[in-house]
Ligand binder design. Structure first.
Ligand code: ATP
Length: 438
């Protein structure tokens, strides 16, 4: 791979807009405060990120099951989890320019990054990040509901339901992928920190004596997942939290960090949460949230290891890591070297010309590929421009139908990274691509 440009972030944000990955939300009304919409290409890629996670965490394991819990939730859950009292960030106001900041994210806690003045901040106050709303037509205290700020509590409150219906026993896990909402003080860096985002979380329930071993297992397992999907090893690290950084319930937390253009920052947190969550919900709900081992007659509250990742933030890291520019015959080629599992389209079918003679065969080829792969079809512009477009979308293979194809019933398959071309009989095409996209 060639050197990545200094203004990488700007280029990726531009590419996202230009090619339909990510748009600023409500753009025709001037946008809406750091919220984003995923376009035709982005929705595909985000789905692939989530599917790759689900495949590795649920499909390839027999001890993990999934759920999809409600986003709207009653105060009782958040009282028990501690979010209502302690899910807060320190907020400071600049007396000079009136801007607000999250104190723990400032480079210098005495200097306002907006107006540059020193010593203008108010005393920090704790700002709760929960989005509060009302369920039903009456807006009184009894109708208060919250949008979940994490998916994790959905797993804890369903622990008993899942245990009873799935016949799992520790070690076992409950996985969930879905939207979470946090009223972030300073959303920033494109989709890195937004108020509405998607998470991919696993709660892994283990016998207490095995917790440390499983914590170490999941740290390594999760690091490996990012590397397997194309994040270079030198842009990824596991950073154990210092003792003063740990949440009160955690006996160990490590962050998977990616080298973003602004420095190392978190993609995922892996926490050894002990029995904090199940015990808290058992106390508040009056339900027994424990495991009874019939073989040994032992009854215990499992400990929890939690790998908690962000789907939208991770998608951004994959885009940044994949972005590349290179000189090809005097022109700059922009290419997203995405792992094929993450690529929005796996294959693009391109008739060499729009002439009526080629289109029917190209459409036939497309129809034969569509049941197996997510495909794009493009018959506009020159073939060179169409290749460039697919390079920018990260499409691993382009299939070109040319005039010879009508004779030899074969097509040209162009590979994205090396730009090598191979002639492949149409009858072998699905197998050829399947071998390479498995
Ligand atoms: P931070 O300290 O950066 O606010 P956190 O440590 O509170 O984040 P977690 O609660 O551990 O984050 O959430 C797990 C994952 O969810 C994060 O690693 C991140 O990938 C994702 N995530 C959390 N908040 C946001 C957000 N506002 N926007 C996008 N992704 C987020």
């Amino acid at each position: 791979m060639s050197q990545q440009p200094a203004d990488l972030m700007e280029r990726v944000v531009n590419l996202c807009k230009r090619r339909g990955f990510i748009f600023p939300s409500a753009e025709i009304y001037g946008g809406f405060r750091s919220t984003y919409d995923y376009g035709p290409i982005g929705v595909q890629m985000l789905r692939n990120v989530k599917d790759a996670w689900w495949r590795s965490m649920v499909q390839l394991r027999d001890e993990v099951v999934g759920i999809d819990a409600a986003i709207l939730s009653p105060p009782a859950i958040w009282e028990a989890s501690g979010h209502l009292t302690s899910f807060a960030d320190p907020l400071v106001d600049c007396r000079e320019c009136k801007e607000r900041f999250r104190l723990d994210k400032l480079d210098d806690p005495d200097v306002c990054p907006s107006c540059g003045k020193r010593g203008t901040f108010t005393e920090p106050r704790q700002f709760n990040l929960m989005f509060k709303t009302h369920a039903g037509p009456v807006e009184n205290e009894g109708a208060v509901a919250y949008l979940r700020p994490e998916t994790a509590q959905g797993m804890f409150v369903n622990f008993k339901n899942v245990l009873e219906t799935s016949r799992k026993r520790p070690p076992f896990g409950i996985a969930q992928v879905g939207k979470s909402f946090r009223n972030e003080i300073t959303p920033q860096n494109f989709v890195f920190r937004t108020r509405e985002f998607e998470q991919m979380e696993l709660e892994y329930f283990v016998p207490p004596a095995d917790a440390l071993r499983w914590y170490e297992y999941w740290c390594e397992e999760r690091r490996r997942w990012y590397v397997e999907l194309g994040i270079p090893e030198d842009k990824l690290r596991l950073r154990p939290h210092e003792p003063d950084e740990l949440s009160h319930y955690s006996s160990g937390t490590s962050d998977v960090e990616f080298l973003f253009p602004w420095g190392w920052d978190e993609l995922e947190g892996i926490a050894n949460r002990g029995d904090y969550d199940l015990t808290a919900h058992a106390r508040h709900s009056g339900e027994k949230l424990e495991y009874f081992d019939q073989a040994t007659g032992e009854r215990y509250v499992p400990h929890v290891i939690e790998p908690a990742a962000g789907a939208t933030r991770t998608m951004m890291a994959f885009l940044l890591a994949a972005y590349d520019e290179e000189e090809v015959r005097g022109e700059t080629r922009v290419v997203l070297r995405l792992h094929h599992r993450l690529a929005p389209y796996k294959v693009a079918v391109l008739p060499l010309s729009k002439k009526d003679t080629l289109v029917p065969m190209a459409r036939e080829v497309l129809a034969s590929l569509q049941p197996h792969f997510m495909c794009d079809y493009d018959e506009t512009q020159s073939i060179g421009r169409r290749y460039r477009r697919q390079d920018e979308l990260g499409t691993p293979y382009c299939v070109t139908v040319d005039f010879e194809s009508l004779e030899d019933k074969a097509v040209t398959v162009r590979e994205r990274d090396a730009m090598t071309q191979a002639r492949v009989p149409v009858d072998d095409l699905v197998g050829y691509l399947r071998d390479r996209l498995a």
